[in-house]
Design a binder for this molecule. Structure first.
Ligand SMILES: Nc1ncnc2c1ncn2[C@@H]1O[C@H](COP(=O)(O)OP(=O)(O)OP(=O)(O)O)[C@@H](O)[C@H]1O
Ligand SMILES: [Mg+2]
Length: 432
């Protein structure tokens, strides 16, 4: 869809902002450009809509060299969102969003109707349409920025740190909203951030840049965590990448055992007879109520008479990740994680050792090409079919979305299953 072929950008002052970048971005996916400050992310992004012209190499869009397309025409098909939204302060929210349709000569009434639809799409109440940007919170302004970029329904969206200026809670909301929107719209999105967590949460594919405008690795988030190309990438993705990778593994395939589970109506004697230090009490529908410490049980009576220790949290086999399962084990007073089915009934238990043994077996990621992660040379989107970008679809028509990349099981709304071998990871599925 978007292809960089040996693209460099050198400034007259001697700065190499981007150095021989070759990268192919799949249609209908979110590609995140991530890296330290000054590594060339914004420059790379702006070369897509010709706000910056390359010093060498070729950028093509659907197989067409973008230099052959007049900049205004090119930009009509490319929405652009920046940090702080960049709204026109003297125009109302509605008129801000109507900007592009108006420029396209839609007429005021039709453009405003479209703007109202877009505001609804990004989750803003109609009452905000008449306000001015300064009368909105940072998060709301950012939503307006997204709505404005979607004005002409462009197939491509460029987003430069769109959520960086808001607090972490609003940022989380905007990210979730953004994924929901993308599920509906299937735009081809290039998203810049310097935050690796945001990259992992949002990206189908991630391009990690190092200082000097060089591509360090281009891969799915899961493979980036599993197989960082070098020490720079390993350092950039962080020390807890082993744990974070588990977010890409479904809990549904983890081996659980029946465990010491009794109805809350069972006698204390029955609990003792299990010869386990902890017994999980469940209600009539097998929903977990809490743990009974066997050593502290009274002489007689039932589990209903006993003060139960709280569960910590359970994990759902119907949507949680292996990371949630491991966390459940670590927080459980009995050290046993409780897995529940879609109805919330206990499906079984496992301790951290049992879980981690299964995870070690199942998180061996199949290398995409031999043993080498995709690196700087001719990196192709891991989900892309070679040559698909040149397939010559009519410009302006959003095509079928490319193979969606991996999204954390319980961290996003992506439909892509984790690319892992073995029972736990074999099943792809919906997040949450
Ligand atoms: N017009 C310019 N003239 C000279 N140097 C420039 C120009 N624009 C950008 N640069 C330099 O090019 C390099 C890459 O800049 P760019 O804005 O692409 O980085 P970035 O990765 O987006 O950084 P940040 O995370 O801080 O936004 C930087 O060293 C920057 O100083
Ligand atoms: Mg930048």
């Amino acid at each position: 869809m978007i292809k960089f072929d040996a693209v460099s950008k050198n400034y007259p002052n001697g700065t190499t902002a981007v150095d021989a970048l070759s990268l192919e971005l799949a249609e209908g996916g979110i590609t995140v450009l991530v890296g330290p400050s000054g590594c060339g992310k914004t420059t790379t992004l702006r070369m897509v809509n010709r706000m910056v012209e390359p010093s060498a190499g070729t950028v093509s869009l659907r197989g067409r060299d973008i230099r052959e397309v007049a900049a205004p025409e090119l930009r009509r098909g490319i929405g652009y969102v920046i940090q702080h939204a960049g709204l026109f302060p003297h125009r109302t929210i509605l008129d801000n969003v109507a900007t592009v349709p108006l420029l396209l000569g839609w007429g005021r009434k039709k453009a405003r109707k479209r703007a109202a639809e877009l505001l609804e799409l990004v989750g803003l109440p109609a009452t905000m349409a008449k306000r001015y940007p300064y009368q909105l919170s940072g998060g709301q302004q950012q939503r307006v920025g997204v709505a404005r970029a979607l004005g002409a329904d462009p197939p491509v969206l460029l987003m430069d740190e769109p959520f960086s200026a808001v607090d972490p809670i609003v940022r989380g909301e905007l990210q979730a909203e953004f994924l929901r929107l993308q599920k509906e719209l299937h735009k081809t999105i290039v998203f810049v951030t310097h935050d690796i967590d945001e990259a992992i949460k949002l990206g189908d594919n991630i391009a990690v840049f190092r200082t000097g405008g060089r591509l360090a690795q281009f891969d799915t988030p899961e493979r980036l965590l599993a197989h960082p190309a070098d020490d720079f990438v390993a350092g950039f993705v962080g020390q807890d990448r082993g744990i974070r990778r588990l977010s890409f593994v479904q809990a549904s395939g983890l081996p659980l055992r029946e465990g010491p589970v009794l109805p809350v109506t069972a006698s204390v004697a029955a609990a003792r007879a299990l010869d386990e230090p902890w017994v999980l009490a469940v209600d009539a529908a097998r929903r977990p109520l809490g743990w009974a410490a066997v050593a502290g049980l009274p002489v007689g009576g039932t589990l209903a008479d006993v003060q139960l220790a709280p569960l910590g949290h359970t994990f759902s086999l119907a949507g949680d990740s292996a990371r949630a399962a491991l966390d459940a084990a670590l927080l459980s007073p009995s050290r046993l994680a409780v897995g529940v089915d879609a109805e919330g009934a206990v499906a079984g238990v496992a301790d951290a050792y049992e879980l981690s043994a299964a995870m070690t077996e199942t998180t061996t990621v199949t290398p995409a090409t031999a043993d080498t992660p995709a690196t700087a040379d001719a990196a192709v989107a891991p989900g892309a079919t070679p040559g698909a970008a040149e397939a010559g679809e009519p410009a302006g028509e959003p095509g079928e979305p490319g193979e969606p990349g991996n999204r954390p099981v319980d961290g996003g709304a992506g439909a892509g299953g984790p690319r892992v071998t073995g029972p736990a990871g074999a099943k792809g599925g919906e997040g949450r």
